[in-house]
Design a protein around this ligand. Structure first.
Ligand code: OFO
Length: 168
């Protein structure tokens, strides 16, 4: 496998693993603050990010490279409120999209069309994840500080009115 492509794929493995830990921290925080719907949403989002990481690990190894299992920094323990959680989520997804775009660019520079084809799945996934984070954030902004609205929002998440796309 092309060494430069292998390196950026390994960097991406770390980013997906960090996403999984980050959303797990959000899930745990939400659960401890009585927001079970948000917790359910974030636990499932965390699992999905782990799946993204595994998909990369397997791809690198199957193509003759060496996948590195990374050290992950500890995610935050506290969040200001629900809006802050989803703002951070959107910000994080925008950064991940940027790194996927850089990955696509490097595949083209190195003429690695197989990996380029493989990462297209991540390109569409990022589109969906950013759109989902924006939708949720818009809802939260509409609700403002209204406690009843917040309760309904959390219940909607619990009943999966808004869900993270299932991995395929
Ligand atoms: Fe892996 O899609 Fe979010 O980060």
């Amino acid at each position: 496998m092309n060494k430069r492509v292998e390196q950026v794929l390994n960097d991406q493995i770390k980013k997906e693993a960090s996403s999984s830990q980050f959303y797990l921290a959000m899930a745990s925080w939400a659960e401890n603050n009585g927001m079970n719907g948000t917790a359910k949403f974030m636990y499932s989002h965390s699992d999905e990010e782990r799946f993204h990481m595994l998909k990369l690990v397997k791809f690198v190894n199957e193509r003759g490279g060496k996948a590195e299992i990374p050290f992950i920094e500890q995610p935050p323990k506290e969040f200001r409120d629900l809006e802050n959680v989803f703002e951070l989520l959107l910000e994080h997804e925008i950064a991940v999209t940027q790194s996927i775009n850089d990955l696509v660019d490097i595949c083209l520079q190195e003429k690695d069309y197989t990996t380029h084809n493989f990462v297209q799945w991540y390109v569409s996934e990022q589109l969906e994840e950013e759109a989902l984070a924006r939708t949720v954030l818009d809802k939260l902004k509409l609700i403002g500080g209204d406690k009843g609205g917040m309760y309904m929002f959390d219940r909607d998440l619990e009943n999966s009115t808004i869900t993270v796309a299932a991995p395929n």
